[in-house]
Every structure is written in structure tokens, then in C-alpha cells.
Ligand binder design. Structure first.
Ligand code: XLS
Ligand code: MG
Length: 344
């Protein structure tokens, strides 16, 4: 039995299309995914605004809420909660040059409209978290935007969301690049800075994704620890990543098991989940995966996360203390490797 409650998004089961080629698997209907998530042992589902309400741009505010209520009923049927809603501000013609930081006022207004609608949807789904993955917030051509003004625009946009709903919490999911070249808010440290500059820092925190930290050249467990020290780690997207290249969203732990272990260890040590936080798995299947194996990467990620939780519970803190006192870091490192190799 895991101490954690796990969550997943509908985009984590996808048909395998990438920038260089078409789909390789069948599209699976939303309800079928939800049913399978429940069977696999997930507790909550994560949503983009248009995952919950497709065609959102063409609906009225009341129609959007009504659609969201249908999704809530579906979640209830399978005993699942909604964890968060994230405005998808990277697909639309209005967000070609970003959302909150766009140089075009009309497009910034569109980004706010989608953010307010995301809050409405969250309320209907019974969750109080909005995630901002700032996909296109930054520059493709460095001289197009002032980094100072752009940072201020992000803070203003968050302040408006905090005003719109007095209970909503905003979680920024930082990523240093891709699809944007230079991100304005690229790491969890940036997120903490932005949080402090908003009108209610107690409602602005972070969601750390392993792959995004690795893309920034940082260790995800230390990013997690930094946010936890501030009391502001309200979500995680565990996955894996082979070095600094395109975002891979690999099965958790398959590239760097020790790094994965340390992420679970820091979560376990600091009571992550005690305030209802979920462990999200933002993983994608390989393009070669067949339709019948569409959920295998999720099952594997769950299995690895739980196995590492068990390793974290068995971690010998008195041996660690002895090694640290005697400065025998070689022995401590070998102990960790033995533990992970099943030799301890
Ligand atoms: C993409 C992000 C995305 C967010 C949700 O890199 O990880 O999937 O988690 O908007
Ligand atoms: Mg993510």
C-alpha cells in the first residue's frame, strides 16, 4: 500500500503522433481512459480546460459550466477526483506569441478569458487548483519582449486570477524551454520569486516536473526539496528524461533510477501528500507502443514509484549518519547503489 495518491491526465494516453509523424495507435475515448485510470489505482484526473470542455472557445460561460458538470458526474461514477485544471494556452491561434506575455493586447485578454473559464471549470469539478504550464511564455527572438515587462505581466495575470476567485490556488509548472526558446519562468526558484511578488503568495505555489528540472540542468529532488522548504510544493509530475534534449516524458525512473529514488525519498521524508497533494505521473508511451499496450508506461511508472517508496522506507538513516560523520561518502554512495540493486 502506498502512502501516496496518484493522478494522471488524459494526455498521458495518446496516439503516438509527434512533430515528425502521424499517430501510431488508436485514439481512446475519454470515458474509457477514465475507467481504466480507476482500475489502475489512480485517485484523481488532471485536466486542461479543453480536455474537460472541448470546443471551449465557441461556448458561453454557462454552457462551459454545464459541460464541466457532465465531466464531474463521469468522475463520480468511477470514484475519481479532479486534481487541477490547466488553461491550454499553446494550441490556439490567439497564443502564437504566448498568452499572458503576448505582445498583443487582444491575445492577452484571450489568455485571461481562458484562465477565468479554467477557474469556473475547476469549481464545477470540485477542485481548487489551477496549473499554469507557461509553454509559450518567453521569447523565440530575444529582442521581441522585455524580460522585465514580461515577468510583470505574468504577476499581473496571476493577481487577476486571485481576484477572480478568492479560494483558487495557482500552481506554476516551470520549464526552461520548449516550445519556447527562452522561458521567462524556467525553474522552481523563479516560481517562488513570482509567488512572492503576487498579491497573495499563500495561494501561489509550484508543480515540479522531473523532466523539466533535468532540462534546466538541475536535480529534480533538489527542486522538490527547495519548494517543500517554502511550503509551496502543491503538485509533482514525475517522469524521466535522458539528458538535455527535447521533452521526453519517459516512464518514471527508467533513465536515472538513483535520481528517481531521491525524488521519492524527499517526498516521503517531508510528508508530501498530507495536505491532499497528489503524485502526478506525466509520462508518455513510446511511439512504437501498440494500442493494446497504451497504458503500460503508466503501470510501469506506478510500479517503479511504489518500489522506490519501499526502498525509501528501508533507507538506513543511522548508517547514513555514521557515513556523514566519518566523511565516508564513498560508503554511503555504495550503500545507496546496493539498496537500489537489491543487494541490501
Ligand atoms: C508539458 C507539460 C504539460 C503540463 C500540463 O511539458 O508537462 O503536460 O503538465 O499542461
Ligand atoms: Mg507536466
Amino acid at each position: 500500500m502506498s502512502r501516496f495518491q496518484f493522478s494522471v491526465g488524459p494526455w498521458n494516453v495518446h496516439s503516438g503522433a509527434d512533430s515528425y509523424g502521424p499517430a501510431t495507435r488508436d485514439e481512446i475515448p475519454f470515458e474509457e481512459k477514465v475507467k481504466k485510470f480507476a482500475e489502475l489505482g489512480f485517485s484523481a484526473v488532471q485536466f486542461h480546460d479543453d480536455d474537460a470542455v472541448p470546443n471551449i472557445n465557441n461556448l458561453s460561460e454557462e454552457e462551459i459550466k454545464a459541460e464541466a458538470r457532465k465531466v464531474k458526474a463521469l468522475l463520480d461514477r468511477y470514484g475519481l477526483k479532479a486534481e487541477f485544471v490547466a488553461p491550454r494556452l499553446w494550441m490556439d491561434p490567439h497564443t502564437i506569441d504566448g498568452g499572458y506575455m503576448s505582445s498583443c493586447e487582444k491575445d492577452r485578454e484571450f489568455a485571461m478569458w481562458r484562465s477565468y473559464r479554467s477557474i469556473d471549470i475547476a469549481n464545477e469539478l470540485g477542485c481548487d487548483k489551477i496549473v499554469l504550464w507557461l509553454a509559450r511564455e518567453g521569447t523565440l527572438c530575444a529582442e521581441t519582449k522585455s524580460p522585465v515587462e514580461s515577468t510583470r505581466r505574468l504577476i499581473e495575470a496571476i493577481d487577476k486570477m486571485l481576484d477572480y476567485d478568492k479560494k483558487i490556488k495557482i500552481l506554476i509548472e516551470p520549464k526552461p524551454n520548449e516550445p519556447i526558446d527562452r522561458s521567462i519562468c524556467g525553474t522552481i526558484g523563479h516560481v517562488m520569486g513570482v509567488s512572492a511578488a503576487t498579491k497573495d503568495p499563500s495561494r501561489v505555489g509550484g508543480l515540479l516536473e522531473s523532466a523539466h528540472a533535468i532540462l534546466a540542468g538541475l536535480d529534480p529532488s533538489h527542486e522538490i526539496g527547495f519548494a517543500m522548504a517554502m511550503g509551496k510544493l502543491w503538485g509533482v509530475h514525475l517522469n524521466d528524461q535522458n539528458g538535455i534534449k527535447f521533452d521526453q516524458d519517459k516512464t518514471f525512473g527508467v533513465e536515472n533510477l538513483r535520481q528517481a529514488f531521491n525524488q521519492i525519498k524527499v517526498l516521503v521524508e517531508n510528508g508530501y501528500g498530507k495536505n491532499g497533494e497528489y503524485v502526478g505521473l506525466d509520462v508518455k508511451a513510446m511511439r512504437t507502443t501498440k494500442t493494446e499496450d497504451s497504458y503500460k508506461h503508466l503501470e510501469n511508472s506506478l510500479r517503479i514509484a511504489k518500489a522506490l517508496e519501499e526502498k525509501a522506507e528501508r533507507f538506513d538513516y543511522s548508517f547514513q549518519k555514521k557515513c556523514v560523520e566519518s566523511r565516508d561518502f564513498e560508503a554511503l554512495e555504495m550503500y545507496v547503489m546496493d539498496l537500489l540493486m537489491g543487494l541490501k
